[in-house]
Design a binder for this molecule. Sequence first.
Ligand code: GUN
Ligand code: FE
Length: 427
Amino acid sequence: MIAYKGDVLYTPTPDHFEVMEDGYVLVGDDGKVVATAGSLSALPVKESEFTVIDRSGSLIIPGFNDLHIHAPQYPLAGLGFDYELLPWLEKYTFKAEAKYADIDMADHWYRRFVTKLWQVGTLRFSAFATLHNEATLRLMQLCQESGLKPVIGKVNMDRNSPDYLVEDTDASLAGTERLIQQSRKLTPDVGFIITPRFVPSTTPELMEGLGELAQRYGLPVQSHLDENRNEIAWVHELHPDIPTYTEVYEHYGLMPFDRTIMAHCVWLTDRERAILKDHGVWLTHCAQSNMDLTSGIMPVRRNLDYGLKVSIASDVAGSHEPDMNRHIVMAIEASKAKTFEAGHEHDRPLRLPEAFHMATKAGGSFFGKVGSFEPGYDFDALVITEDESPLDLSPEERLERFIYTGDDRGIAERYISGRLIPKPFQQ
Ligand code: GUN
Ligand code: FE
């Protein structure tokens, strides 16, 4: 066993940080947390049974988990934000994704993407790839090689898409099933997730077929929901007989219980909230993307009070940077903007421990016991070294300063399931 020593912070619940200054996280040989304690003598095993790795003076926190990111869009980050979602897709996104038909291009940029996520401390994530089978398998293999543990989906899209980025329905389903089987053999630590792009780009036949695949192989599903008002109006035109956008996914079997991620959810109705709650869906709050693409501001407090699972996610390149500490900040700032609109009693802003919980334990729960240091959790951790300060700061204040002003230069080490993860690829 190993006991990691440092200033330990995590959020078992959203309302406060558990803080152990000069504390310990004891990790078993299986990479899972055995106990945390404020002193060596308070650990539940004898000193002869573990080695101490001393990171005194550094913060030890859970790794970040990003439940919504587009891997092929990484080179596009920071472009096209004078447009809203639908013209942005047409003018920028589809063209960028079409380039991943070239496997050498895909290999180069996916290496850069994986390395960047490692740098910024995103240890687990759920990514959209593109519709290309070969490039998607390559991304999964690169992740497997890196030691990161994401789930990844080949994007399905067979309607309302440009002719250079559209699939035949049967070929899309057959290609997806082939990838599911290949990845089971080749990438044991990288899961497959069924990924219809969004309702406007998937025919009813394709949605139905993907729902069947999800059920047959016991796979999770991810897509986009209620992001932009023009998008929502379009979904109503395409499916006039189904009352809400949410119910389109439900109708086609694309909401497996406790295995579904829906990105954005900015414009939900209460009817949709009830359905999402029933299905145990993870909502991803992509506050920076929703600002960049002028989509809106999720009423995050209302969704949390309703009992929905809400995590913080990046949605690169709907947003301009993958760093989860920046997305924590943006989620807090967006919730403050919402407060001005809605009145403090109704939409209280997010507090730091809540937002940190949403970026660690709430997202991590999709992967099992991940995102906290409670006993039984995977030891997924970041060791943070900070700039000196003339102020006498508590560990909590030092973490706050890192979240607001820090970047990857402050992340000294990354552990996944108790294993130190080296830089994946050199560029
Ligand atoms: N809706 C459909 N495709 C996309 C995409 O690539 N990004 C975002 N943010 N929303 C989408
Ligand atoms: Fe997205």
